[in-house]
Design a protein around this ligand. Structure first.
Ligand SMILES: [Zn+2]
Length: 288
């Protein structure tokens, strides 16, 4: 599953190739998209904006409509110069957007819809413009309010909610909690205001540090600016806790643990010593 920083990089390079240029061709094998295109031709319009909101990629056209795609597990947008050979089979093609120089191709994108501005604003599944930690409109104070409002949920689950904080994926979730010494299984209500603010600051910092990296290789949270060079011995080498179950904590040397968390059973890594449960926040039934 691509994390927010990956989609952000995709949006940025697509923006460079598409914004301001008239679209010369559009095709898709999604009937809803081609029907829209038949009624309101996308060709001849220009792309005004390409943005990521969490795992959603939004391409906004001069006519006011927005093409929205979600990558889920396997979807991806590729950018080619006209005439360049695709690096994926054409049977995986779902959408093609072309201008005179570039061709943007969506492969195996499972969710694709075109929204009017009003319909987009009403769509609850797509995070609002300022929710993405990488967005220029991101406001830490309203993000803190959204996070604090989930008081009865576990911190690790809430960090994954795109409506609260878009752009934070499952790898970042564990990393952010570790960096802030917060137990991912504690309830949001157990956090004080400073801890909430710190979680948001760290989310922005870690996701942004990876988005600025121009290469598409793995996420780096541990090791400063050290870059992935040659073969690595395993996943998690550049991370604090993610993928490091059983290995020594980089701060205290105790073994990193992992457990499935939340309604979607997403894997969470943490250090019991560095990220203790706050006093009195244990769930009664879990003790003894
Ligand atoms: Zn530790």
């Amino acid at each position: 599953m691509p994390e927010g920083d990956t989609i952000f990089r995709t949006a940025r390079s697509m923006g460079r190739a598409l914004i301001g240029r008239p679209i010369t061709a559009f095709r898709s094998n999604y009937p809803l998209l081609t029907r829209f295109h038949d009624d309101t031709p996308i060709t001849g319009q220009t792309v005004e904006r390409v943005e990521s909101r969490g795992k959603w990629l939004l391409i906004n056209f001069s006519g006011g409509a927005t093409l929205v795609t979600h990558m889920l597990m396997n979807g991806t947008w590729h950018l080619y110069r006209i005439g360049e050979r695709w690096r994926k089979p054409s049977r995986d093609m779902r959408i093609v957007l072309e201008n005179r120089e570039y061709q943007a191709v969506a492969f195996t994108v499972p969710v694709a819809r075109i929204y009017t501005a009003q319909a987009l604003a009403r769509e609850k599944r797509i995070p609002p413009p300022g929710a993405d930690v990488l967005s220029e409109d991101f406001d830490p104070l309203t993000a803190a309010a959204r996070l604090s409002a989930c008081s009865n949920e576990e911190v690790g689950d809430v960090l994954l909610q795109q409506q609260v904080l878009a752009g934070v994926g499952n790898v970042f979730k564990s990393e952010i909690c570790f960096v802030e010494s917060i137990n991912p299984f504690c309830l949001v209500s157990a956090l004080n205001g400073e801890q909430v603010a710190a979680l948001i600051r760290t989310s922005q910092r870690l996701v942004a540090a990876n988005a600025l990296e121009d290469s598409a290789d793995g996420i780096v949270t541990y090791g400063g600016q050290q870059r992935r060079t040659t073969h690595r011995s395993g996943p998690g080498e550049s991370l604090w806790v993610y993928g490091r179950s059983g290995q020594p904590c980089r701060r205290c040397n105790n073994a990193i643990r992992h457990r499935l968390q939340g309604p979607d059973a997403r894997i969470t890594y943490w250090c019991e010593t560095c990220q203790p449960m706050p006093d009195g926040s244990e769930i009664d039934g879990m003790q003894g």
